[in-house]
Design a protein around this ligand. Structure first.
Ligand code: 87F
Length: 685
């Protein structure tokens, strides 16, 4: 036995358990040219599950996979033979990739189920899943439904020629079998990045594009952005902010004006250097943010203190040519945002606005996206270099245990007004020195949509909070069979259409799906995948009782509602859903935001997917030390196996406005200095 399989053996027991569920571990080898190295396919399934190789081929995009012979299994996993191969041998391969497919029936078992492996080894299901999840080089696909029918290849030869044949291939016959292929095939808990990609693309939120780091926002996600816009736009207009639009191009001369602050960002600035085939005389930059575009005009427009405050906002896209791994919504080379830029005569007014805006940001997360955030101030190290201070809303992604910045509101003091000469005569008289304006800038982007998806969506697809969903409800006629008379069928369709019109009149965003070619079951899966908050089912029996069945996407709760009460009940159901979704997310954040006082607890706590609140001295070198010292996944007892993939260190996320009470003489979590406040630290996006 090798050392690695020994560590797997520790998870197992050899005590015979009579009612254990037997599982099989199979290795397949796809057909490859002789000169190529095959990528093996490992299938972990219940003994009772049939695992057709045609489906395995389709899922892995490989050709003709066959059960692998002993030599391949020896080479890849150092197992003595195919017959003796089990989960433990996967640890022997830490360098070359392989596919790993996990049976849905296995994932669906209770966590405490005891699984029987070959070699008379027994392991608890939860431990096995956790173990599989940690495997580094596996291309993991989980929740595989091995009963799924394999889709025929769509070659022109196979296209149905006449109407009769066409009908035979219509979805009402393929029904749920097809839905299973179209649905999410990756478990959120097992392969979070793979799950995120599937949820977004199959949910029709977004599509990939042929420029790396750029994505298409499809109507479903753009509608969410529009709802955020409508909400925030009305809030800032009430505050006296006006919208405007400035050009997207910045001359190098103007961009240079902000030299000190731009310096660190310079590598990310994208430039237009050509028109057609000829070089531009002077290249122009594409705005990464608009301070340098806007402030020269503020200086021009503000001539007297009566021209202040000047408060403008623009909705636009910006470009930052990131080189880090792009992630839809979270890190993209072009993204949509709003940027507010304001100038005041007094510092107090400006500072008041910074917090008011931050409060609106927190409410976009809480009241629209049902996502909890912590409000606070950035440390000197993490603030925007051009700001006198930066405030932020910080979110949390449970599956990765990482913090994520959700929006920032900066007080710029007089830093920019002095640079751009944005000044007015002193209202006290010309004998007094001129006053430079006090400025703020603030921004929130489409990243917020990514956070919302990561927090709420599940293995059935998107879960969109009702207040931002493009469509809040879908009406689906159900229970219509061959025996249902034409009259009855028409009555149900008409009633559904009436309900639709009535709800729409009351500003509920609803549509009906009356397509007879698809079964209700197929439609249910489709709208679950797309995250429509409510499904309204209307069948013959419901019609008789003048009621509908309302099903909530977030928790599958079913509620019977009299048709006459639907318009008043649906908003209440949606408010309750929102509350439940928010509370669930808040519980996750609250239980994973851990207050500690000893450095020895820092890394182990961090490694349990927590963010940390700890007393801190406020010294930048100490913050850097915390980041460096937490960079490796060392929980104090065991070092990470894969030295090449060290986990990132913890950054300071913010100094939360809501502070635990500080004990007299409390020391910093890391150094010997006295603590000045509690700071939230975490691995972050
Ligand atoms: C990337 C390239 C060039 C961030 C950049 O947060 C410049 C920058 O100035 C840059 N990335 N920033 C800071 C943006 C500050 C501020 N701007 C207005 C905001 C909110 C909206």
């Amino acid at each position: 036995m090798t050392t690695t399989t020994e560590s797997f053996a520790k998870l197992c027991s050899s005590a015979v358990t009579d009612d254990a569920t037997p599982i099989k571990s199979l290795v397949f080898k796809p057909k490859t040219p002789k000169s190529a190295t095959p990528i093996p396919i490992v299938v972990i399934a219940l003994q009772s599950t049939t695992t057709p190789s045609s489906l395995i081929a389709q899922l892995t995009g490989t050709k003709d996979p066959r059960l692998a012979k002993d030599d391949l299994i020896k080479t890849f996993f150092a197992a003595p033979s195919a017959g003796e191969f089990n989960l433990g041998h996967l640890l022997n391969n830490s360098t070359s990739e392989y596919h790993l497919l996990i049976d849905q029936h296995l994932v669906d078992l209770k966590d405490s189920t005891i699984l029987k492996l070959n070699g008379n080894l027994f392991i608890e299901k939860s431990k096995a899943i956790e173990y599989l999840n940690e495997l580094k080089v596996a291309k993991l696909q989980s929740n595989i439904d091995f009963t799924t029918e394999v889709k025929p290849q769509n070659t022109s030869k196979q296209q149905p020629k006449d109407k009769k044949e066409k009908k035979a291939l219509a979805p009402s016959n393929a029904t749920l079998e097809d839905a299973k292929l179209i649905g999410i095939t990756v478990d959120k808990a097992l392969d979070f990045p793979g799950w995120y990609q599937q949820v977004l693309t199959k949910g029709e939120m977004l599509d990939y594009y042929d420029v790396s780091g750029c994505y298409i926002l499809r109507p479903t996600s753009y509608a969410i952005w529009e709802n955020i816009q409508t909400y925030f736009d009305s809030k800032i207009k009430k505050m006296g902010v006006r919208n405007a639009y400035f050009p997207m191009f910045v001359s190098s001369r103007v961009l240079e004006k902000e030299k000190d602050h731009i310096e660190g960002f310079a590598p990310e600035v994208a430039w237009v250097t050509k028109a057609g085939s000829s070089d531009l005389e002077e290249p122009v930059a594409i705005r990464p943010t608009s301070e340098t575009v806007i402030y020269p005009y503020y200086a021009k427009w503000v001539q007297s203190h009566r021209d202040l405050p000047l408060r403008l906002n623009q909705w636009c896209s910006v470009v930052r040519w990131e080189f880090k791994h792009p992630q839809p919504f979270l890190r993209t080379r072009e993204f949509l945002w709003q940027e507010g830029h304001t100038a005041f005569l007094s510092e107090e007014e400006a500072k008041e606005e910074v917090l008011e805006i931050l409060h609106h940001y927190a409410n976009i997360y809480k009241e629209l996206l049902a996502v909890p955030v912590v409000q606070g101030k950035k440390t000197e190290k993490e603030k925007f270099a051009g700001a006198s201070f930066t405030t932020t809303v910080e979110g949390y992604i449970p599956q990765t245990g990482r913090g994520i910045q959700g929006g920032t509101s900066h007080h710029l003091g007089q830093n920019f007004s002095k640079m751009f000469n944005l000044s007015v005569e002193n209202p006290l008289g010309s004998e007094h020195p001129k006053v430079f304006a006090y400025q703020n800038s603030w921004g929130l982007s489409t990243r917020s949509i990514g956070v919302m998806v990561m927090v709420h969506s599940d293995n059935k697809g998107l879960v969109i909070p009702p207040r931002v969903a493009e469509n809040q409800a879908v009406i689906i006629p159900v229970g219509i069979t061959k025996k249902t008379s034409i009259e009855q069928r028409e009555l149900i369709h008409e009633s559904a259409k009436e309900i639709e019109a009535q709800l729409r009149k009351n500003d509920i965003r609803v549509f009906g799906d009356y397509n007879d070619n698809y079964t209700p079951g197929w439609k249910f899966s489709q709208y679950e995948l797309k995250g429509i908050p409510l499904r309204i089912e209307l069948g013959p029996k419901d019609f008789e009782k003048q009621q509908v069945v309302v099903v909530r996407r977030n928790d599958s709760k079913k509620i019977i509602v009299p048709i006459s009460e639907l318009t008043e009940t649906l908003p209440k159901i949606m408010d309750d859903m929102h509350e439940v979704m928010y509370q669930k997310a808040k519980d996750a954040f609250d239980t994973h935001r851990v207050t500690i006082h000893d450095w020895k607890d820092f890394v182990p706590t961090l490694n349990k997917k927590n963010v940390i609140v700890a007393p801190w001295c406020g010294v930048m070198e100490c913050e850097e030390d915390i980041k460096d010292s937490s960079a490796r996944k060392d929980d104090g007892e065991e070092f990470e196996v894969d030295e090449k993939a060290p986990s990132m260190g913890a950054k300071s996320l913010c100094i939360p406005f809501e502070q635990p009470t500080m004990k007299d003489g409390q020391k910093c979590i890391k150094c010997n200095r006295n603590a000045v406040n509690y700071c939230m630290f975490g691995r972050s996006y």
